[in-house]
Write a protein that binds this ligand. Sequence first.
Ligand SMILES: [Zn+2]
Length: 85
Amino acid sequence: MTHHLDGNVLAGALSEVFRADVTSARARCGGCGRMAMIAEAVVYTDAPGLVARCGGCDQVLATIVDAGDRLILSLAGLSAVELRR
Ligand SMILES: [Zn+2]
């Protein structure tokens, strides 16, 4: 039997992630596997939002769109993010 909880159990861990300065975090590109600080990403600001690309293979790592009353974040191009405590 599989035991599971709903997403509310993530609240504590995610609040720790989203309050940290993520520019000093290290992240792994889902395309080439390169591990680098997020601050080393190549960021384009002339899109409808911010687009961060891998400095190794140019894959889109993350997008951030300011939609007024919402902030839409995608980290779909990252396979891992490593934060220091
Ligand atoms: Zn890459």
